[in-house]
Design a protein around this ligand. Structure first.
Ligand code: WT7
Length: 667
């Protein structure tokens, strides 16, 4: 190993021989085989799916447009459900659910099949046909998976909107996709409160001309206090009561749209990432099998919400395609059944909820996010130590770079020092895991996502697109197409080309910085664009700025992500107040009120996860002479650093005054 390479970690954790002996991927030669002929590698995974008609062409690549497994037809719900019914998995548990109040439910594959078939018939009854778009705004209950699978069964394109998003976000996304139907619930439980999904849906649908019907799942009951609109709103349970439990799975072309999922763009509106049928299913099937080493004996728990790509690929499609048993939970990790008070105990604050669940259900694989691991670390190991979590055999991390301290804590206190950790780098756009250890093969290092998955050609280049030497920081790119890659942005192919393929000719640009060490291991360095990773959620600084300037008092806004111990990054907004709206000098009460109002304004517009941590009311923003806001300097101010280079500033005094402001305004 070379000396002086700051990315080279000396800490190396080789896989345990016992793990390797039983691993789905235990032989390192798969890397060479896949590199030799990546099309053949992916085809071998596609061949594990059940096809109605076999494909005849593995890949057609007209950069930047890829088509995989052409000529084939298949159905995703058939592959995730029906396929298992003629095997030993028929009566195997598919989904185990635990709600915040402590209610539990489980469904076998046979039972899941009945629910999916019925709900697919409901969709048909409401006039949903192949190619129609359906918005899901759902709680984390089995019905979220059932609704997704039912859409795929009839060939409808689902667009799941995270249940924490605002009415405006829901409206914008439903309108962009042209959804005919919204599926929601009366609400769900989170930290003792009801999140009013239906009320928010009502607010959104008022501005959604294409939406004809709303299906409402009853999760809460009378307490939800909702009203049903005659002719438009239907209870889920009423609709399924009257339909058959057999609905033939629609044969879909390999490249037929499967789902749209919106993600933040660095400029303008959210981007509707489009995934298609066969390639996506192939990618998530392969990665779930190899990275999570899924076995029939596992109880697999990915803590992500179905509103994110992680929930799509690794709560629903990847695990079910592998016939796994999946655990799903409602609520939050620090609120649940109170320990030691029995099953009937009222839920309340409980920082041991995850460990309590793992102990009672005997979870074997846990896949979660660094932000959550850091919170648990802050709360202390006393919480996991109260529980027997020795059923765990594999741990995963996703969403942002995991800092070595958090990795080591996860390894020691959750993994009991004998669970491999897979730090998985990927994106909404990539559909499936791209860089990750294979737990039976790879030497892991705290903080490194290690190696590209077999068949994935990842490289690091400089600003000109030339490969950099190992040890040198650069920009991550993907050189060859892969089956689960996004196909385009819904309704905006130009933007697809511009965002992902225009930075470097013929190379996919994910927007992340990276460096590779001498062992060929990748270390991800965070975003190189204007996207923040707040608690692992991708949030656009632009989107927050546009929403701030919609407030009457705001003339101009600049948002940056400042480093945050738990969340990774936290949004901080610097705003210039319009003349006549600002609090009088020295009136701190009025200033506090305005800051609180602006925070609320953004949270209402974009959803609570976009609420700025700090708002700095300012007279000016640091700008270059060409008028570009110097975010780097704002970051310096927010993080209390010594000022960076200010030589290109139009007015260097601005930063000094901002710094002064920041220390007084910080709340
Ligand atoms: C961005 C994608 C993939 C599902 C969750 C987020 C960052 C994700 C890692 C990781 C370092 C990571 C990247 C990426 N990211 N996983 N293991 N190490 N960074 O999906 O919302 O599409 O965000 O999350 O910056 O580009 P997303």
């Amino acid at each position: 190993m070379s000396i002086g390479n700051e990315w080279q970690q000396e800490l190396i954790f080789p896989p345990a021989p016992e793990f390797t002996a039983q691993a789905n991927a235990g032989d390192a030669s798969i890397y060479a085989t896949a590199a030799d002929d990546y099309e053949a590698f992916w085809a071998s995974w596609a061949d594990r799916l059940e096809w109605f008609t076999p494909y005849n062409t593995v890949l057609e690549w007209n950069p930047p447009h890829a088509k995989w497994f052409l000529g084939g037809t298949l159905n995703v719900s058939y592959n995730c459900v029906d396929r298992h019914l003629s095997t030993h998995r028929r009566d195997k548990t598919a989904i185990v659910f635990e709600g915040e109040p402590g209610d539990t439910r489980s469904l076998t594959y046979a039972e899941l099949s009945v629910e999916v078939n019925r709900f697919a018939n409901v969709l048909k009854k409401l006039g949903i046909n192949k190619g129609d778009r359906v918005t899901l705004y759902m709680p984390m209950t089995p019905e979220a998976a059932i609704a997704m699978l039912a859409c795929t069964r009839v060939g409808a394109v689902h667009s799941v909107v995270f249940g924490g998003f605002s009415a405006e976000s829901l409206r914008e996304r439903s309108n962009d996709s042209g959804a005919k139907l919204i599926i929601t619930a009366d609400g769900y439980w989170r930290r003792g409160h009801i999140v009013p999904l239906k009320k928010t849906t009502d607010e959104a649908v008022a501005g959604c001309p294409t939406v004809e019907n709303v299906i409402v799942l009853q999760r809460i009951g009378v307490d939800a206090g909702i009203t049903m609109v005659e002719g438009r709103d239907h209870w889920w349970h009423d609709l399924v009561a009257g339909v058959s439990d057999e609905c033939p799975a629609e044969p879909m072309d390999a490249e037929d749209p499967l789902f749209i999922l919106y993600t933040s763009g660095s400029t303008g509106k959210p981007k509707g990432i489009l995934h298609t049928t066969a390639g996506y299913l192939t990618g998530v099937t392969a990665t779930t099998n190899y990275v999570f080493d899924i076995k029939d004996t596992d109880l697999y728990w990915c803590t992500a919400d179905v509103g994110w790509i992680t929930g799509h690929s690794y709560v629903v499609y990847g695990p079910l395609a592998n016939g796994a048993t999946v655990f799903m939970y409602e609520g939050s990790p620090d609120w649940g059944r109170t320990v030691g008070e029995g099953a009937g105990a009222a839920p309340g604050p409980n920082r041991a909820r995850l460990w309590d669940i793992i102990e009672r259900h005997k979870v074997t694989i846990l896949y979660t996010a660094p932000t959550l691991i850091r919170s648990c670390m802050k709360w202390g190991e006393v919480y996991p130590q109260k529980h027997d979590i020795s059923s765990l055999r594999l741990l995963g991390s996703v969403g942002e770079p995991i800092n070595p301290e958090a990795w080591l804590w996860y390894h020691e206190f959750i993994g009991g020092k004998n669970c491999p950790i897979v730090d998985t780098w990927w994106q909404t756009e990539t559909g499936a895991i791209m860089i990750s250890p294979l737990p039976g093969i790879t030497n892991t290092k705290p903080g490194s996502a290690t190696k590209p998955f077999p068949g994935i050609c990842a490289e690091i280049v400089d600003e000109q697109g030339n490969p950099v030497k190992d040890g040198q920081k650069g920009i991550l790119v993907i050189r060859k197409p892969w089956p689960s890659m996004l196909r385009t942005l819904w309704g905006n192919d130009e933007r697809y080309k511009q965002v992902y393929w225009s930075k470097f000719e013929g190379l996919y640009f994910p927007g992340d910085g990276a460096v590779r060490d001498d062992d060929g291991d990748f270390w991800l360095l965070g975003r190189v664009d204007d996207i923040m990773l707040v608690a692992g959620h991708n949030i656009s600084t632009m989107e927050m700025e546009s929403s701030l300037v919609e407030h009457a008092a705001v003339a101009e806004a600049a948002v940056i992500g400042k480093s945050h111990e738990i969340k990774g990054q936290a949004p901080v907004a610097f705003v210039i107040i319009r003349e006549g709206y600002g609090p009088a000098a020295g009136d701190t009460e009025a200033a506090d009120k305005l800051r609180a109002e602006l925070k609320e304004f953004v949270a209402h517009k974009l959803g609570a996860i976009c609420r700025p941590d700090d708002i700095i009311l300012s007279a000016e923003l640091p700008k270059t002479r060409s008028g570009k806001i110097m975010r780097r300097l704002l970051r310096d101010v927010a993080e209390g650093r010594v000022m960076g280079d200010t030589t290109t500033l139009a007015d260097p005094a601005v930063v000094a005054s901002l710094r002064e402001k920041y220390s007084s305004d910080e709340s």
